[in-house]
Design a protein around this ligand. Structure first.
Ligand SMILES: *Cc1c(COP(=O)(O)O)cnc(C)c1O
Length: 379
């Protein structure tokens, strides 16, 4: 059986967990939390990084920091994970869905401006598969219309746009360390705060609405309740695991690149024959090779291929049900214009097994089954 994803150990994760216990701090904001935050800040040029329990929590914290009012609108793709939209819907804002580009499947920056009106407050570009959105154009639109930009970089840790780390470009950025992402700790995330005016409130909202972080720094002599927050801290035990992964940022990326390129090279003949389309990485984007997908000819051949692979004990999976067509999306959000590229990608996209410890034999058998399926489809 070849699974779609498998967790992995990159180095000292388990040793660091034991060390956290020995050091006597397994709750939040201990040695490893600080070490992870500092590493991410320094490597990616981010003003302030706070570890949180998940990518979803990072998006929720970001939405709270935007101080949105009911009726405020937030522009984002429909082709994304639920949390991108739900984080904003739960503070009363309305997600406004814009179509994606056919090449990267990222939000189509040329269609954003037509969706902006007097209620628009923010744009949430999602860097699909670790390939950057067209951030120069998006930041320019945001500047001209006075909008906040929150990067959903859940899949974009250690990926870059024109040399700048994803998550470091917008006012705020959100990372995920869920077990399916490139760098993992089970469940986890981080909020990247690039615009310094959000730092103080982010610390407060994350820590139950208290000014405890100021207290720890000796800036106040006791801490107390100052805002409506929640508990958005990561347990030190998980930060210890995460640090073991982050120490190997580039080894892990290099490994994923190798796996990605194996698929790209061996599937190119099928693309040349017109049987499928491979992912595209524009020249301005340095990918972290988060996922490898193919686009089949049509929905029926994608669904047939899923079945074919399953019979060969290979688990390949489709991706998003577009949010505009979901029950909550229909109730809480609106589409701006036509979303035909979104629907088309949702119908034809298939993600292939890609994880740190996949073997070349396993990748070869995925390729062999794709070739066999193409032959049966042709005959
Ligand atoms: C994974 C993911 C999230 C959510 O992250 P969790 O850590 O699972 O909460 C949000 N947005 C996108 C685009 C993701 O891929």
């Amino acid at each position: 059986m070849i699974p779609f994803n498998k967790p992995f150990i990159a180095g000292k994760e388990l040793y660091y967990i034991a060390q956290a216990v020995t050091m006597g701090n397994i709750a939040a904001d201990g040695y490893f939390t600080k070490a992870c935050s500092r590493l991410l800040e320094e490597r990616f040029g981010i003003n302030k990084v706070l570890l949180v329990p998940s990518g979803t929590a990072a998006l929720e914290l970001a939405a709270m920091l935007c101080d949105l009012r009911p009726g405020d609108e937030v522009i984002m793709p429909s082709y994304t994970f639920v949390s991108t939209a739900s984080a904003f819907a739960r503070v009363g804002a309305k997600p406004v869905f814009v179509d994606i580009r056919p090449d990267t499947l990222n939000i189509d920056e040329t269609k954003i401006e037509a969706a902006v009106n007097e209620r628009t407050r923010a744009v949430v570009p999602v860097h699909y598969g670790g390939v950057a959105c067209e951030m120069d154009a998006i930041m320019d639109i945001a500047r001209r219309h006075n909008l906040l930009v929150i990067e959903d970089a859940a899949q974009g840790v250690n990926a870059f746009y024109k040399g700048r780390a994803l998550g470091s470009i917008g006012h705020l950025g959100c990372y995920s360390f869920h077990e399916t992402k490139n760098y993992v700790c089970g469940e986890g995330g981080a909020i990247c705060i690039n615009d310094a005016r959000f730092i103080e409130r982010a610390e407060i909202l994350r820590d139950k609405g208290t000014n405890r972080q100021k207290f720890f720094r000796g800036e106040v002599d006791k801490y107390t309740w100052v805002d409506v927050g929640s508990s958005y801290v990561m347990a030190e035990l998980l930060a210890a695991f995460l640090y073991g992964q982050l120490e190997h940022l580039d080894d892990i990326s290099a490994r994923r690149r190798e796996l990605y390129e194996y698929y790209a090279e061996h599937l190119r003949p099928l693309e040349d024959a017109g049987d499928l389309r491979l992912p595209r990485i524009p020249p301005d984007c340095q990918s972290n090779y988060h996922l490898f997908y193919i686009l089949t000819r049509d929905a029926a051949s994608r669904d047939g291929l899923i079945q074919h692979l399953r019979r060969a004990d290979i688990l390949a999976v489709f991706h998003y049900v577009p949010l505009h067509s979901s029950p909550a999306g229909r109730r809480l959000a609106v589409a701006a214009g036509d979303l035909s590229v979104t629907q088309d990608a949702a119908d034809r996209l298939l993600r292939l097994p890609l994880y740190h410890d996949i073997t070349v034999e396993e990748q070869r058998s995925v390729v062999t089954e794709l070739e066999a399926y193409s032959r049966t489809a042709a005959s």
